[in-house]
Each structure stands twice: as C-alpha cells, then as structure tokens.
Design a protein around this ligand. Structure first.
Ligand code: FES
Ligand code: FES
Length: 179
C-alpha cells in the first residue's frame, strides 16, 4: 500500500525552518482571552480547556466528555468554534480565544445569551455555553440564519436534556436581534 502524506525525507533543512522545542516542563504561553492579553505557564501537554478552567479560572467552559464527543467545551479560537478539550493550549500561542465569559458587555447579555433565556433553550445548562459559542460563530458569518443553519452550527454540541427545538429557535431569534 502506498504511504500517505508528503515525503519530506529529502527536504533540506534551511535556516528558514526553525523547530522550537518546548517542555516537558511548564512553558510560557501568551495569548488573548476575551480581549485581554494573558501569559500563563502551562506544560505542553495541557489542553486549552484545562488551561482556561484551571490557570485562568474561566469555568464557564464546561468539561464533560473530555474526549471530543459532546461539544460542551466549545470556545472560539480566531473566530472559529473548536473543542477546547481536543486542543493543546500551546497551539493557541498568539491567538484570540473567546469564551462564554467574554460575551456580555457593559452589564448587557449578548443577543444569543438573551435569546436562550427568552426561548427557554436549556434545562440543566451544562451544554449551554458550548451551544451559545457555536451560534455566536455562526451569526458572525450568517447574520440571519435559518433553522437548518442553526442545526448545522450546533451539530457538534450534544444536549442530553433534549432542548434542541428551543436551541434552534434561540439561534434563529438571535439573528433578528440587534446589539
Ligand atoms: S468536553 Fe470537549 S467535546 Fe466533550
Ligand atoms: S440543557 Fe442539559 S445537556 Fe443541554
């Protein structure tokens, strides 16, 4: 069977290709979290989820499966919704991370947060921060989403309470709100 991927065995190492080794101990990591520049000391094996929750005390992002199957840990990195339990913090060096804590401004909830309350789009609330972050990412690209757009956006966010119909309504209604 043919080998997969590019053959790099004969690519010359030039001064332009610099490999930076980090760890195994804690290493300094600089990134932006909810608009604030932060520097943390993290071992290279530490996930972004654990870094947010433990080093930065941002516990709004939930740890449920911790293996990339539920979406409870969804945050935005450079505007893209990702599973923070499957992302090493060191790969976010210099990037812009947004969590549920960063959405409300000047004491006012973000339109998606407000829409979730109005549509009663949760029961236990454990999946809610992840659902909201996925819909926030959607609305930036699709300001007036359809039900199907919202369903696709939260396809990676499981709700064990089965609040899906109201989550979809919240996403559509949030698109109609102005900040
Ligand atoms: S906690 Fe990350 S996907 Fe479930
Ligand atoms: S509201 Fe309970 S898991 Fe979604």
């Amino acid at each position: 069977m043919a080998a997969r991927g590019p053959n790099i065995s004969n690519v010359p190492l030039t001064s332009a290709r610099r490999v930076v080794l980090r760890g195994p101990g804690a290493t300094e990591l600089a990134l932006t979290v909810n608009g604030e520049a932060v520097t943390v000391q993290v071992p290279p094996r530490r996930t972004l989820l654990d870094t947010l929750r433990e080093a930065l005390a941002l516990t709004g992002t939930k740890k449920v499966c911790d293996e990339g199957t539920c979406g409870a840990c969804t945050v935005l990195v450079d505007g893209r919704a990702i599973y923070s339990c499957m992302t090493l913090a060191v790969t976010c060096e210099g990037k812009r991370v947004e969590t549920i804590e960063g959405l409300a401004k000047d004491g006012e909830l973000h339109p998606v947060q407000r829409a979730f309350i109005d549509a009663d789009a949760f029961q236990c609330g454990f999946c809610t921060p992840g659902q909201i972050m996925s819909i926030v990412a959607l609305l930036r690209e699709t300001p007036a989403p359809t039900e199907d757009d919202v369903r696709r956006a939260v396809a990676g966010n499981l709700c064990r309470c089965g609040a899906y119909p109201n989550i979809v309504s919240a996403g559509v209604n949030a698109g109609k709100r102005k900040r």
